[in-house]
Design a binder for this molecule. Structure first.
Ligand code: KG4
Ligand code: ZN
Length: 345
């Protein structure tokens, strides 16, 4: 059933959290269409994602979004050669909507189905469009709302996780600190924006585990430190102090992310560093990682901004690569896995 035609089309669905996303990719990695229906406004009043609301909304949005994606790309459903969906990690009730829809489509069309690990999608996203045979060996940092991972990516499908977070993910820390500061959800983009007008040296927050000698992270102590700093400041906070808190917190996160990434690249003898996941949108992280890589003589590949936060293009491309590698399709009775791990070869 698998095809090796470079123009064969893969339709992918991503519903692991609060974005409903559909994309179509060619087997050579070209993204033909990528549509995202964001639920941010729906969850904003609650200050975080409400799983029941997320799954109900995926249910309402997914079918029209698939139709819209096909129509806007001028593609008929019958032209699709394979269907893919994120199988985990993520929210169970959200994953189920995308997965069940993708399997039903695959069954109805008689096409192969590919279950994709969301983290693999993020990992491969800096190389979208480059062709499956040129995902180079590199040292990868994935920073999102749910994960902070340092991975030795030796090629598509060949991964070794070198470190992860012991508590909060980097994006989660941004969102929780944003909430403490009274900023709208999600805190990440808002802190990024406000930090541009703040002083990163105004508050001395801890660089947790920076000297631990391994590739583990911990961000919950930093979050607590912001909490105790807030207790010492007079209420209400003025705009300049909020901006300084944002800049100082952000700098503490970024310094640790950059230092561990560069050390990991040196230790694995990799010359390429890749950066992906929602937090890789962050302007200061992109700047600091670029400067550190340049200094260390490393080549940095960052996901294009539209492929940093959750999207289905990265899932379509990961599936296209699997097809190119003649991987077996996923059996339709294989369940989703909210705790799916990234496994190497
Ligand atoms: O990859 P993603 O969309 O979802 C997960 O797989 O978790 O990442 C979402 C995370 C959120 O925590 C959000 O606050 C963070 O990415 N984020 C940012 C920025 N844009 C999104 N964090 C810092 N700076 C940004 N500009
Ligand atoms: Zn994600």
């Amino acid at each position: 059933m698998a095809t090796d035609r470079s123009d064969a089309l893969v339709l992918a669905i991503e519903t692991s959290c609060d974005e409903t996303a559909v994309a179509i990719a060619r087997a050579n990695g070209d993204i033909v269409a990528s549509e995202i229906s964001s639920q941010i406004a729906l969850h904003q009043p609650y200050g975080g994602v409400v799983p029941e609301l997320a799954s109900r909304n995926h249910n309402l949005t997914l079918r029209p979004l698939i139709e819209h994606t096909l129509r806007s790309a001028g593609i008929e459903l019958e032209e699709i050669a394979a269907i893919a969906a994120t199988a985990g990690p993520g929210l169970a009730s959200s994953l189920l909507i995308g997965n069940t829809t993708a399997k039903a489509l695959a069954l109805a069309l008689g096409k192969p189905f590919y279950a994709i690990n969301h983290l693999e999608g993020h990992l491969l996203s800096p190389f979208i469009g480059g062709g499956s045979d040129i995902v180079p060996s590199n040292l990868a940092l994935v920073v999102s709302g749910g994960h902070t991972l340092i991975v030795h990516l030796r090629g598509a499908g060949d991964y070794e996780v070198l470190g992860s977070t012991k508590d909060d993910a980097a994006g989660e820390a941004f969102d929780k600190v944003g909430k403490m500061l009274g900023l709208p959800y999600p805190g990440g983009p808002e802190i990024d924006r406000r930090a541009r007008g703040g002083n990163p040296a105004a508050f001395d927050f801890p660089r947790s585990m920076i000297d631990s000698g391994d590739f583990q992270f911990s961000f919950s102590g930093l979050k607590t430190s912001v909490f105790y700093q807030l207790k010492k400041l007079p209420e209400p906070l003025d705009e300049a102090t909020i901006n300084d808190l944002c800049a100082s917190f952000q700098e503490a996160v970024i310094e640790v992310l950059v230092a561990k990434t560069i050390t990991a690249a040196e230790r694995t003898n990799e010359r390429i560093v890749s950066l992906s996941g929602g937090v890789s949108c962050n302007r200061r992280l992109r700047e600091a990682m670029s400067a550190a890589c340049e200094y260390a003589g490393l080549d940095l590949r960052i996901a294009a901004p539209e492929y940093t936060t959750d999207n289905a293009a990265m899932i379509a491309w990961a599936a296209a690569i699997k097809q190119g590698q003649a991987a077996d399709p996923t059996p339709l009775d294989q369940d989703i896995n909210p705790n799916l791990k990234l496994v190497g070869k």
